[in-house]
Design a protein around this ligand. Structure first.
Ligand code: ADP
Ligand code: MG
Length: 623
């Protein structure tokens, strides 16, 4: 006789829910996200979010939406129970944020959940209490129309998961992120976020996106944001606010993209946004963008990922190009693209164009080759690509090898350099001081001669490098010298940046900043590092806050301090597109000579490129 032994068995419902919860509920902020989506789907115009201990102890969301009947209230605890879709065709015509019918069941299975809901004006509602997904208690009670979902002790029955939760402030930060995203997408809805009885966000109903952005990200941003409004047939529409190129962030965290009202973090969309800003931003800088794409729901599948953060487009490249082109069109007619505006007042703006360090050499070579043709079309024009390759491959390996002193007849000139040759400083001087200065190219690059070689120095990168070394030394020696501002400047920040600044007051002092809380998410900037005198320190503080926020999440401030010093150096330096007098170049070179170039370069960008005589000769077909 054969005994049938089965190895496979069907899992009990409760365990299934726990497994499903693993996909959707990672931390308190995931609960906030799901509950907010439900409240918004229910048509709420007023939503209160209350958290305790970063949401680890309590998450309570109160809305004034349509509420649920007694029967629906029971059903809402079931997995795959939803009022939002019926057939698979509905999956491709979604107009709601939720549709999987999983969130409530999942959340209930890993918490103590109380649902209070009322779907009528009569004031009689239902209350259901469940522990670990098991309904323990049901009663009727008087309630206004709407729903309250209270989630206590998240993961009380999943200790392994609970261990992964971070400290209160970090979890709160994630939750605030979620609220920020929903609030941006729904300016007509009021949101209040309370933490341990303290109001963190208080967002009134607004008529439009601008006011909502001001309330969330700081009013001062508005002057640098452009409205965008583009359309491609009936099926594709793009609207929102995008930053002018001079307003950037050190992280992509202020790129908010929404598809049909749903926040998404999609690779294709992200790429398209950056493509829209191509050539306008420095490497490592990101715009501030709040962008809404409306697309025929049949053209996009949001059922790719349990948290619905990723999507799949039916026509990926069409959407990509539409977004990129729309941004370009909005940015292009603007004044900062006109070269004529590159005077000193527009310097900061112009810089962003000239920061295209990588493309610069290539592009300018292209330009000169072209003008060469127009002047004398009979002349042979060397293939530009060939020249570029030489620079890129050979000279990068030849950086910073001092060569023997070299001198040649010429005269020293103390004014801005013209075409004259400027002799090296002295025979004993360091490598840079010994260079023979030939001139300045495009107000961005210093051309020098070292022996028979042509040396090009990126003046911005060089200054940045020098600034970084100074800061690093000052920081290592104790404190970066600071300078009190005559008139403190008030900074408005978003919640997470404000929290990061608040948490790092002490560290900021040793970086040379004095910053005091100024109510809500505002701070008064009272002193700045001396090195930043006459620079836009407020903008730097915003960057530093972002960096602190990022570091805070990994908890490695000490190790990451270089990142912040780099940021500061970047803000402190003379930008490209600036005429330099010889005396200034000399001073820069002396500073460069003090630097140990064997150390890592801050941005990893070369300060200098060497082009050998042989390369030049090849270019002119002399070899
Ligand atoms: P889904 O949102 O995917 O439908 P959920 O598990 O999040 O699934 O919610 C199940 C159902 O419970 C929803 O379809 C909706 O009918 C109802 N529901 C949940 N939250 C609310 C709320 N705040 N107000 C009104 N109805 C709600
Ligand atoms: Mg839902």
């Amino acid at each position: 006789m054969v005994t049938m032994k089965t190895k496979i068995h069907v899992l009990p419902e409760e365990l299934c829910n726990k497994i499903a919860a693993g996909e959707v509920v990672e931390r308190p902020s995931s609960v906030v996200k799901e509950l907010l989506e439900n409240s918004l789907d229910a048509g709420s115009t007023d939503i209160l979010i209350e958290l305790e201990a970063g949401g680890k102890r309590l998450i309570r969301i109160t809305d004034n939406g349509c509420g649920m009947s007694r029967q629906d209230a029971f059903l809402s605890f079931e997995r795959h129970a939803t009022s939002k879709i019926r057939t698979d065709a509905d999956l491709f015509a979604l107009t709601t944020l939720g549709f999987r019918g999983e969130a409530l069941a999942s959340i209930a299975s890993v918490s103590r959940l109380r649902l209070k809901t009322c779907d009528n004006d009569d004031g009689l509602g239902q209350q259901i209490y469940a522990e670990g997904g098991r309904i323990k208690n049901v009663d009727e009670l008087g309630l206004p129309q709407g729903t309250v979902v209270e989630v206590r002790n998240l993961f009380f029955n999943l200790p392994a998961r609970k261990k992964f939760l971070r400290k209160e402030q970090t979890e709160l930060g994630h939750a605030a992120d979620v609220v920020t995203k929903q609030a941006l997408a729904n300016p007509g809805v009021s949101f209040r976020l309370k933490h341990n009885d303290r109001i963190i966000l208080d967002l009134r109903r607004e008529k439009g996106l601008r006011e909502r952005v001001a309330a969330l990200l700081g009013r001062s941003l508005l002057r640098d944001l452009l409205p965008i409004e583009q359309q491609n047939g009936d099926d594709l529409q793009l609207s929102g606010l995008i930053s002018q190129p001079q307003l950037t962030r050190s992280a992509a965290s202020h790129i908010y993209t929404f598809i049909n009202g749903r926040y998404i973090r999609d690779r294709v969309v992200q790429h398209a946004v950056m493509e829209g800003y191509r050539h306008l931003l420095m490497k490592g800088r990101y715009p501030v963008v709040v962008l809404f794409l409306q697309i025929d729901p049949a053209q996009v599948d949001v059922n790719v990922h349990p948290t619905k953060h990723e999507v799949r487009f039916r026509e990926q490249s069409l959407v990509h190009d539409f977004i990129a082109n729309s941004l370009q069109q909005t940015l292009r007619p603007a004044e900062w693209l006109e070269r004529e505006t590159f005077d000193s007042s527009a310097n900061e703006v112009g810089n962003y164009l000239s920061e295209r360090q990588d493309h610069m050499v290539k592009q300018e070579n292209g330009v000169s080759a072209n003008s060469f043709v127009s002047e004398s079309s009979a002349q042979y024009v060397p293939p530009v690509g060939h020249f570029q390759n030489n620079i890129a491959t050979e000279s990068t390996t030849q950086q910073f090898y001092p060569s023997p002193p070299f001198s040649q007849l010429g005269s020293e000139d103390q004014s801005a350099i013209g075409t004259q040759y400027i002799l090296p400083e002295s025979e004993e001087a360091g490598f840079f001081s010994r260079l023979q200065i030939l001139g300045q190219y495009h107000q961005s690059y210093l051309l020098c001669q070292d022996g028979a070689d042509l040396i090009m120095i990126d003046q911005h990168a060089a200054h940045e490098r020098v600034g970084f070394e100074k800061l690093r030394h000052a920081y290592a020696a104790g404190t970066i010298p600071s300078q009190t501002l005559l008139f403190p400047e008030v900074l408005e920040l978003d919640f997470n940046s404000a929290a990061a600044l608040g948490d790092n007051q002490h560290e900021l002092e040793s970086l040379g900043f004095e910053i005091e809380p100024f109510g809500g998410k505002s701070f008064a900037l009272k002193a700045i590092p001396q090195l930043l005198e006459n620079r836009d320190a407020a903008r730097l503080v915003v960057d530093v806050a972002l960096e602190l926020e990022r570091i805070g999440r990994t908890g490695q401030l000490r190790e990451s301090i270089d990142e912040i010093l780099i940021l500061m150096a970047c803000h402190s330096v003379i930008r490209a597109n600036q005429a330099l007098a010889v005396i200034e170049i000399r001073a820069l070179f002396q500073e460069l000579d003090k630097i140990d170039f064997k150390a890592n370069c801050p941005h990893g960008r070369p300060v200098m490129q060497r082009i050998t005589l042989a390369e030049v000769e090849r270019l002119f077909r002399r070899q």
